[in-house]
Design a protein around this ligand. Structure first.
Ligand SMILES: *Cc1c(COP(=O)(O)O)cnc(C)c1O
Length: 398
């Protein structure tokens, strides 16, 4: 009999990818599903970026590159960090990996020994806890519900830290909640990280997708003491609609970057050569694309939040960033749909797909039962149709 490792048996497949796959399978059968499951922008990759990749292919830039990425891309990333985040990084403090997810994976592998703890605020991005577990680490979850703006307090962070704690993960703006930490809030958390000498893993993948004039900061901007304990994760996936190109990066202490490079050199080797050329164009080329798509996201955000809040039993906070609405649905729990009780947000989301053909990810996937995530990275027309179906479903509940 085949026996699989304990390591792989302790994790589950990504639930967001699973719900999207189920929605796509129904769509392939010709069923009209409104898909709120997507964790990626619905816009096409900008043409100038595509052209850079085509040029790379034509010029034969199709071989292995340096494992941590080509110098030209690292320079473009350093320039981006300077220009947009006012941060100075050297090339040996940057590693390019196969997407932001892979960046976190390599980081966990390079950082954690068995039993080492990583503090993860819930609601969290689905992949943080399993990647920590796969590295032998222990995810320590702290809860930040809607009543506290989906943000952890300094007191919560402090009480979660033990002698085994190596790092805390801050994802601002957040997937799935859209919540974002202000500079003052980051300072208060960073003070604890510095005093307890733990790393701050700052996932800044949604840094450009922010609303209502929100001022985005990286914890690394607070000062040198914080910067030396900060590991920035970012990439081109969300900012430039490049999820399929698989380019992410880590910026942090040179020693840690060298360790991650060693792991990458013995596992995936370099990220795709062609995609690296495309990413250079993303960072060095015109940036108007980012502002243009933001207008669309903002229009959709305003619509969906208002429409969700008009449905009895649903309460949706206003997201400051990213492209997700994360309403509380506890007002619907205990109600019945055709005799069947809605006993959890998970059941609710299953019913929504079965009964009214809308794909929504249950809060359980993000360590937050009682909520659900709707991605508004889909057309306003789809959003109107889908939220309309949700409202009809709720109306029929008893
Ligand atoms: C999408 C996402 C990433 C990175 O995704 P990649 O496609 O692997 O670059 C990282 N963190 C969060 C929170 C995300 O939502």
């Amino acid at each position: 009999m085949l026996t699989l490792s304990g390591r792989v048996q302790q994790i589950k497949p990504s639930p967001t990818l699973a719900i999207t796959a189920k929605a796509k399978a129904l769509q392939a059968e010709g069923i009209d599903v409104v898909n709120f499951g997507a964790g990626e922008p619905d816009f096409d990759t900008p043409d100038n970026i595509k052209e850079a990749a085509i040029k790379a292919i034509r010029e034969g830039f199709t071989k292995y590159t340096a494992a941590p990425g080509i110098p030209e891309l690292k320079q473009a990333i350093c320039a981006k960090l300077k220009r947009e985040n006012d941060l100075d990084y050297a090339e040996n403090q940057i590693i390019v990996s196969c997407g932001g997810k892979h960046s976190f994976y390599n980081l966990a592998q390079a950082l954690l020994d068995p039993g080492d703890e990583v503090v993860i605020p819930a609601p969290y991005w689905v992949s943080y806890p399993p990647m920590v577990s796969l590295a032998g680490g222990v995810p320590v979850i702290i809860e930040a519900g809607q009543e506290q703006g989906f943000k952890i307090t300094p007191a919560q962070l402090e009480s979660a830290i033990t002698p085994k704690t190596r790092a805390v993960v801050i994802n601002s703006p957040s997937n799935p909640t859209g919540a974002a930490y202000t500079l003052d809030e980051l300072k208060a958390l960073a003070e604890i990280a510095v005093s307890k000498d733990i790393l701050i893993i700052s996932d800044e993948i949604y840094e450009h997708i922010i609303y209502d004039g929100f001022e985005q900061f990286s914890p690394a901007q607070i000062g040198p003491e914080v910067k030396e304990r900060c590991v920035i994760l970012n990439g081109v996936s969300k900012s430039y609609s490049m999820t399929g190109w698989r380019i992410g990066f880590t910026a942090g202490p040179a020693e840690l970057i060298a360790a991650m490079t060693k792991i990458q050199s013995q596992s995936t080797s370099n990220p795709t050569s062609i995609s690296q050329k495309a990413a250079i164009e993303a960072y060095n080329g015109p940036q108007d694309y980012v502002r243009n798509v933001l207008k669309h996201f903002d229009e959709r955000r305003r619509y969906i939040v208002k429409a969700l809040n008009e449905i009895p039993g649903i309460a949706c906070a206003n997201p400051q960033g990213a492209f997700y609405a994360f309403p509380g649905v506890s007002g619907l729990i205990g109600k019945k749909c055709g005799g069947k009780e809605i006993d959890s947000s998970l059941t609710l989301c299953e019913m929504l797909l079965d009964e009214v053909k809308i794909a929504v990810v249950p809060g359980e996937a993000f360590g937050a039962p009682g909520y659900m995530r709707l991605s508004y990275a889909t057309s306003l027309e789809n959003i109107k149709k889908g939220v309309g179906r949700l409202a009809e479903f709720v109306e029929k509940l008893s």
